[in-house]
Design a binder for this molecule. Structure first.
Ligand code: SF4
Length: 466
């Protein structure tokens, strides 16, 4: 039999109707994750057509994108302050009840960012097809799932049919070897990969991250890697499931149990790409040569090692526009640039290990005067775990603003925004113009670099603090 890639195996197992030159494939979807921002239009489509949600048991809703992160608005009697957010929350509550979809509501202990809670629950499993109306659905590829973001209209299609029309992507092997140096994280690795292949280097492909470096990563680190696949333009990112994956999933509430677990693990083990499987493209990355990374421009591919200077590309109009927006110049050092806001959170770096990394830097130190350090756990479970481990106490003692879970300043829809012209070091995934607020200037980095920059009030190399 021909050697097949992991993507090929998952795709074929879900192909209801193969694609032709004229028509896309019909792909079956195992898990549909929804939230308050991209679902209202899709529910309205269903209602207008007199349709129901075909598989409510394969649909899971949470509130994250525009929900508040202050405790008074979640648990107190204080109304949601952002009017649009209040309407979206109310709409999803009504739609979930009307269409029989399970919703983790505002005060549910399981609520959190959609890409954090599904793995936490064990709902995300190897070999699945998973979609959500959010680009960073690629996160779930860390489990060997084929997971990607869809638009509001497609959310409606999946509601109605549990299927999706899709053109089959090509495959791209990202081979990573070498040990990451101390202070260099999975976030730095994915930023370096995007810097290497470019923000459209993955367009039309599903990336498979492979090699000894990837195999040595924890599941949380693998999620950070797959999360940002979309920032390289890829349809999705995948990592072969292995013992690390199975140890993470074992015992989680929605993971298979007893003999079903053994059967599942046996089938999951067979998902890895076969030896000799051919990919349409590949790149080799030496992880041992990497340093902490930070973005200087307005897309995640505009990235340098923290000790490096901003590239001098005066002739490149895209780079020039980005540097004008950021108020930077080619040839300048990134180190020492002043910082107004630091955001630690999001589906990229809002998990427990990320908060542990931040706490390692912040323990016994204080946030520089004039800097707002906002730390937002990825889920209520992460919040509880961080509080039980004493991390929240470290953050508060350092002067950080410790919140309830949500997307928060990743996209600023809930009122957690960066002011015009302000500089924010952020552990999120997008540094587009205005992503964190009108005129906000975002610099993407790891939790280590973000925390160190908060301590010094300027862009700082975290390694001397570790
Ligand atoms: S944290 Fe940001 S990227 Fe992640 S789901 Fe929320 S808005 Fe999307």
């Amino acid at each position: 039999m021909t050697a097949r890639t992991m993507f090929e195996k998952v795709w074929t197992a879900h192909e209801v109707v193969p694609e032709t030159s004229d028509t896309p494939a019909v792909l079956y979807i195992d898990l549909h994750l929804i939230h308050e921002v991209t679902s209202p239009q899709a529910f309205a489509m269903l209602g207008a057509s007199g349709l129901t949600v075909r598989r409510p048991d394969r649909t899971l809703a949470t509130l994250d994108h525009s929900t508040p992160t202050t405790s008074d608005q979640i648990f107190g009697k204080v109304p949601i302050r952002v009017d649009a957010a209040a309407k979206q929350v109310e709409k999803l509550e009504k739609n979930a009840a009307a269409f029989g979809v399970e919703l983790f509501g505002m005060r549910d202990a399981r609520r959190g960012i959609v890409h954090v809670i599904s793995p936490e629950l064990g709902a995300t499993q190897p070999g699945m097809t998973i979609v959500c109306g959010d680009s960073h659905t690629s996160t779930h590829g860390a489990f060997g799932a084929l997971a990607f973001g869809i638009g509001s209209t497609e959310v409606g299609h999946v509601f109605a049919t549990q299927c999706l029309l899709q053109r089959k992507p090509k495959t791209f092997a990202v081979n990573v070897e070498g040990r990451l140096a101390p202070g260099v994280t999975a976030k730095d690795l994915i930023l370096a990969i995007i810097g290497r292949i470019g923000v459209s280097g993955g367009t039309g492909y599903v990336l498979e991250y492979r090699g000894a470096t990837i195999e040595a990563l924890s599941m949380e680190e693998r999620m950070t890697i797959c999360n940002m696949s979309i920032e390289a333009g890829a349809r999705a990112g995948m990592i072969a499931p292995d013992d690390t994956t199975f140890a993470y999933l074992a015992g989680r509430p929605r993971a298979p149990k007893d003999s079903a677990w053994d059967t599942a693990v046996a089938s999951w083990r067979a998902l890895a790409s076969d030896p000799g499987a051919l990919f349409d493209a590949s790149v080799d990355i030496d992880a041992s040569a990497l340093e902490p990374m930070i973005t200087y421009g307005t897309n995640p591919g505009m990235v340098v090692a923290i000790n490096a200077a901003i590239p001098n590309k005066a002739d490149d109009p895209v780079d020039k526009k980005a540097l004008d927006y950021m108020g930077f110049h080619g040839g300048e050092s990134m180190l020492g640039k002043p910082v107004d806001v630091v955001f630690i959170g999001s589906c990229t770096n809002g998990r427990l290990e990320d908060l542990q990394a931040a706490a390692r830097i912040l323990r016994g130190r204080t946030v520089a005067k004039g800097v707002h350090l906002l730390i937002v756990p990825g889920s209520q479970q992460v919040k509880r775990e961080a509080e039980a481990a004493g991390l929240a106490d470290i953050f508060k003692a350092a002067g950080a603003d410790w919140r309830e879970s949500g997307c928060s300043m990743c996209l600023g829809m809930n009122g957690d925004t960066v002011g015009a012209g302000q500089y924010a070091v952020s552990t999120s995934n997008r540094n587009f113009e205005g992503r964190q607020g009108v005129g906000a200037r975002t610099l993407l980095a790891s939790p280590y670099t973000a925390a160190a920059s908060a301590v010094f009030g300027k862009i700082s190399d975290p390694r001397p603090l570790l």
